[in-house]
Design a protein around this ligand. Structure first.
Ligand SMILES: Cc1cc2nc3c(=O)[nH]c(=O)nc-3n(C[C@H](O)[C@H](O)[C@H](O)COP(=O)(O)OP(=O)(O)OC[C@H]3O[C@@H](n4cnc5c(N)ncnc54)[C@H](O)[C@@H]3O)c2cc1C
Length: 457
């Protein structure tokens, strides 16, 4: 078989046709068909400016922003949309900002349920704190099942011109034999995709990063969380709800932290998580723990077996940049693939989308330079910008995670702290990373100064 090397004009429909999905076509992109790789005949493949592996929030944001800057993007996803992703489904104002940056309509008429703040249970106290009023973030959060959210986001990426390949599981990088640089990826069904740059957005498994020798760092926090959906009269809750202390029916303290988020569709997402700094982390039966906790809830909330709409499902939360460096030899890491979950509150969607946007900016600038040192200099700025933006804050988060790993510290903090509203408003800003970088109030200035002073994670 000879290399065809012909330029084919492929629309989004063509790419979707390969994956079977059908949606309107409103833009076109040039992709190159080829059958020859590095001098040896390979299965037919696709050539693009950038390959994005994984179409969760990180991948969709990366692909959207790159496509917006005029690049041809092949977005490869092993699943088919709509697809489930185990999550709490909660979006803070930080995540809303990233949705807005992708042109997502976040009005309630468009199917979103808004929340006004955080309700906290702990130390025998219930406290409602509104989201802070800031220039950088709106004063509302959202909740939307990931089954839906991720589909909305991936459609935005397609709308911008990214080519989505569903049912396309990436098996590994294609490497330049001489330099070890990533030239593309191979897929389970035998296809090859080529691009000068690849962005790994493949989630907590971090398979692509791992294949490039980027192992998970043990000196960074890790969480495990489980969730379950119940039909519940609490479905229209206008607050995200966080439980700082979990107990069983006999009032015994259980390990972990919980949440209850109303989805506005008749159900609530109820879940709990543990950090690896907690002694109980390794030997906990999460299903049992969930049952023991929900059994203490008021009956009318309906968080009981007969009202569950599915099983308890769980996953890991890679925190505080637990896979580094975020750029190596033609590969950038985004979101969970780079361990970008906020150690303070377990929020990962906003950070996946933000790091995706940042990666897209850097890649667009890099591709505008010829291959070589100049381009590499731009690419090397990606990990630096991540460090500058989140490094100090994540270091504080690691300290926090170590502290609350001791139940006595957590108990003392909830018992004394929750009764002090000003302290709690400060804590909310700190935990949710919601401050204005310039011209903020005194709380913002303290948090920003602490983050600047702490060594980058
Ligand atoms: C129980 C639980 C509750 C959580 N609750 C919240 C919450 O309420 N709010 C919040 O902000 N965060 C929450 N998180 C964290 C959040 O889910 C993640 O941080 C977020 O999904 C990260 O986005 P991502 O795009 O980096 O990765 P993912 O969302 O994991 O997306 C990765 C994508 O890559 C695809 N993929 C993987 N491997 C391959 C491959 N080899 N080839 C092709 N495609 C591949 C996957 O199918 C997937 O679509 C929670 C996590 C858990 C486990």
């Amino acid at each position: 078989m000879r290399a065809r090397g012909a330029l084919a004009l492929a629309s989004r429909e063509t790419a979707q046709g390969a994956s079977g999905a059908g949606a309107a076509v409103d833009s076109q992109a040039i992709v190159k068909d080829f059958t020859r790789v590095g001098g040896t005949v390979a299965a037919a493949g696709v050539e693009a400016d950038v390959i994005v592996v994984g179409a969760g929030p990180g991948g969709a944001a990366t692909a959207y922003h790159l496509a917006q800057s005029g690049r041809t993007v092949a977005l490869l996803e092993k699943a088919r949309f709509p697809r489930e992703k185990v999550c709490g489904d909660g979006l803070t104002p930080r995540a809303v900002t990233s949705l807005v940056a992708m042109g997502v309509d976040t009005r309630e008429e468009a199917g979103w349920i808004r929340n006004r703040g955080l309700r906290i249970y702990g130390g025998g106290v219930k406290l409602e704190l509104p989201w802070p009023e800031l220039a950088s973030y709106p004063d509302y959060g959202l909740v939307r099942p990931r089954l839906d959210l991720d589909h909305v986001l991936v459609r935005r990426a397609q709308g911008a011109g990214a080519l989505l390949y569903e049912d396309t599981a990436v098996t590994g990088p294609v490497l330049d034999e001489r330099t070890g640089r990533v030239l593309g990826v191979t897929t389970k069904d035998g296809r090859t995709f080529h691009a000068p740059l690849t962005v790994a957005c493949d989630g907590v498994s971090g398979r692509l990063g791992l294949a490039m020798g980027l192992a998970r760092r043990d000196d960074r926090p890790m969480g495990v969380a489980v969730r379950r959906y119940f039909t519940s009269p609490r479905t229209h809750d206008d607050h995200l709800e966080s439980w700082l202390e979990l107990t069983d029916s006999d009032g015994r303290l259980l390990p972990g932290y919980g949440w209850v988020f109303g989805l506005g569709d008749g159900t609530s997402n109820v879940g709990l998580g543990l950090l690896n700094t907690t002694a109980a982390f390794a030997n906990t039966d999460y299903r049992k723990l969930m049952c023991a906790w929900t059994a203490t809830m008021p009956r009318e909330w309906q968080f009981a077996e007969q009202h569950a709409t599915g099983p308890v499902r769980g996953g890991a939360l890679p925190m505080g940049f637990n896979r580094t460096p975020h750029y190596t030899r033609g590969l950038l890491l985004v979101g969970d693939a780079g361990g970008a979950v906020n150690p303070f509150n377990g929020e990962g969607i906003a950070y996946a989308m933000e790091s995706g946007q940042l990666a897209a900016e850097v890649v667009a600038q890099a591709l505008a330079r010829p291959e070589g040192d100049g381009r590499e200099r731009v690419l090397a700025s990606y990990p630096k910008r991540l460090q500058d933006t989140y490094g100090g804050y994540y270091t504080l988060g690691r300290l926090f995670v170590n502290l609350i790993g001791h139940p006595q510290v957590m108990q003392a903090a909830t018992r004394h702290g929750l009764k002090r509203p000003t302290l709690m408003r400060f804590t909310l800003k700190l935990l949710a990373n919601l401050t204005d970088p310039h011209h903020g109030d005194a709380m913002d200035r303290v948090i920003n100064a602490l983050s600047r002073l702490a060594p980058a994670a």
